[in-house]
Design a protein around this ligand. Structure first.
Ligand code: SF4
Length: 610
């Protein structure tokens, strides 16, 4: 029996999150497979985290596995379902298993989808072991969904899945299962479960009690990471300050990391931190902590089962900062009961009290199986019916106002909240040695002869592709439109960018925009992005040290959300310029080309920011 596992990354034109796509869940399952004497492999890192849909599909087809398992999250579920359908068509005998937070009993979006055979709900290790042991028979156990004869998914077990202790599960780090996927950073769980009950979260519902991995194992994992030259350890514990035995762990970390070579980061409730704890964290090697404030309004926080004690919050932040730990504060836009002025007040409070090193505003998602989703109607919440399930209205809050909250954040912080990524072919942060060999991220079409059909090598492309076109090629759309169409049809989750000559006029870009209009990519659903929500398809030019994104004509139209609300954008030309200074010729260059020129905005690609 042969099993292949994968977890698809968050997509971006610069592949930044590909580096952070650590298939931790898949690695746990691999180690269990090895214990059972079954051949289990993870899709190689370059393909899993960088490959196009067709590149990954080719690998899976060639592997001819008996079973394929995928971890589905908010950001990859559509693409995972697409791959599952393709694989099922071409390899019908292969059993396809989907797991991860998207697999819940109330997630109709996933449950309605065809193309997979089995769903694993919640923590998967024990179900996985049973499944492997009974394959090809599908066991009737809690936590497992299988298809009945009518093709619908049924919960096989009657009882709720009960989680056992964690020491049975082998470490994917100590076994080496994750080594090929690590790139300077180790992502580590020391506990599972959460003591908090935030109404927008599902994690605590599937894992309500705290269970710890053995301390000796955690320390061994950290020593191994240090020995292998890793520099950063991110603790994945949902609330690090609530883990049992925190002080002992911190003291032991401090001993192992006496020379400060490792940097630790985690998420926690900052109100738990007193000066002594902050000192311990600084001494251990913590450099960054992310803390959820979410809102400062008491009635809103009560609704989502959280609280805020300003004095304790400020004391926690100050103590951490005094010990060299930077604090990132999170606020959520769209919580039930928060109006636009309330969201502004939360931002203002953090800024006025200087209670942060980094401040972030996130849109609320109504995640499957969460209390907020289950009570959405009663609470007056509306959300997209598909991933990323962004909230589009609350009581006293419209989509336009949620979008305005992000504009307000930008005014206060004087920065772009979701800066556009630069593709590696145009100088982005994955250029050069960090990009895996064997996959193409850039095609140069400098002569009509170079415009070949992409199909012979579409299985060797990365999920984000830049096509650099000469004017002579751009002027012959009949030559290249069918090629790109064919490519996007076969790899519909590709991100595409085109580099065109700087002197083009907008009319000549129309065939590119037409291609863009024909697509529906999950990256384009975020109506809270302040400059352009259309990020799956970009057109760039470069000249005299500047790199700019041409305005997408769709930015002039209103975006109609699933509940009929409309959100307005306006055409924006983003320009990356040295020292953030725009030379006068550029304004003239753009003004010559548009009867009413777009906004020209200085663009700081994420890698250029401090
Ligand atoms: S603290 Fe985090 S993991 Fe725990 S319930 Fe709240 S959001 Fe969920």
């Amino acid at each position: 029996m042969r099993v292949v596992l994968l977890q698809l990354p968050i997509q971006g034109h610069d592949f930044f999150f590909s580096r952070e796509n650590i298939p931790l869940a898949a690695a746990y399952l691999k180690t269990i497979g090895v214990q059972e004497g079954i051949e289990v492999e993870l899709v190689p890192r370059s393909l899993m985290s960088y490959g196009s849909d067709q590149a990954i599909l080719r690998f899976l087809l060639d592997a001819r596995p008996d079973m394929v398992g995928m971890s589905c999250y908010l950001w990859n579920v559509d693409r995972s379902l697409f791959l599952a359908r393709q694989l099922k068509c071409q390899l019908p005998e292969c059993t396809i298993v989907l797991g991860g937070p998207e697999m819940t009993l109330d997630n109709e979006y996933v449950l309605r989808s065809q193309g997979f055979d089995i769903g694993v709900i919640g923590e998967g290790e024990s179900v996985w072991r049973t499944l492997l042991q009974s394959y090809p028979h599908v066991p009737e156990v809690p936590g497992l969904l299988s298809r009945g004869e009518d093709g619908r998914l049924y919960s096989a077990g009657k009882d709720r899945l009960r989680h056992g202790t964690l020491e049975h599960w082998p470490s994917p780090f100590l076994s080496g299962a994750l080594d090929p996927h690590l790139d300077g950073v180790l992502w580590l769980e020391t506990v599972r479960g959460c003591v908090h009950r935030c109404a927008y979260c599902y994690y605590h519902k599937q894992s309500p009690t705290l269970r710890s991995f053995p301390l000796d194992r955690i320390l061994e994992e950290i020593r191994r990471a240090l020995g292998r030259g890793l520099k950063e350890i991110v603790f994945l514990d949902p609330c690090f300050t609530k883990r049992p035995g925190l002080e002992v762990l911190l003291d032991r970390l401090g001993t192992i990391n006496a020379d400060g070579r490792l940097h630790f980061s985690a998420e926690c409730n900052v109100e738990d931190i007193d000066p002594a704890m902050a000192k311990r964290m600084g001494k251990a090697g913590f450099t960054d902590l992310e803390v959820g404030l979410q809102s400062i309004k008491a009635s809103t926080l009560r609704r989502v089962h959280r609280r805020f004690r300003p004095e304790r919050f400020l004391n926690g932040v100050r103590s951490l900062q005094e010990n060299g730990v930077k604090v990132m504060v999170d606020i959520i836009a769209g919580l039930p009961g928060d109006t636009l002025p309330d969201i502004r007040r939360s931002i203002d409070w953090v800024v006025e009290h200087e209670a942060y090193d980094f401040l972030m505003l996130y849109p609320l998602s109504l995640l499957p199986a969460t209390e907020l989703r289950q009570r959405a109607q009663e609470l007056g919440l509306g959300a997209m019916p598909h991933p990323p399930y962004l909230v589009t209205r609350g009581p006293g809050l419209s989509a336009r106002e949620i979008s305005a909250a992000f504009h307000y954040y930008e005014e206060c912080m004087e920065e772009d909240i979701s800066p556009l990524e630069t593709p590696p072919g145009l100088g982005g942060r994955s250029e050069g040695s960090t990009f895996p060999e064997g996959l193409r991220h850039t095609l140069r079409w400098h002569t009509p002869e170079q415009v070949k059909r992409l199909s012979p090598y579409r299985e060797r492309t990365a999920y984000a592709l830049t096509v650099s076109m000469a004017g002579e090629v751009l002027r012959q759309p009949s030559l290249w439109v069918p090629v790109l169409k064919d490519y996007l049809n076969s790899s519909p989750f590709s991100l595409l960018s085109a580099e065109v000559p700087p002197g083009v006029f907008p009319e000549s870009l129309e065939p590119l925009w037409q291609l863009a209009r024909e697509r529906r990519h999950p990256t384009d659903f975020d109506y809270t992005v302040t400059h352009t929500p259309y990020r799956s398809f970009l057109v760039f030019s470069r000249s005299r040290g500047l790199l700019w994104k041409w305005p997408d004509p769709r930015e002039s139209d209103r975006m109609v959300l699933s509940d009929g609300q409309e959100v307005s954008f306006h055409p924006v030309c983003l320009v990356a310029a040295p020292q953030k200074k725009l030379p006068p010729w550029f304004r003239d260059h753009i003004a010559e080309r548009y009867p009413s020129p777009p906004e020209i905005r200085i663009w700081e690609p994420p890698d250029d920011r401090p």
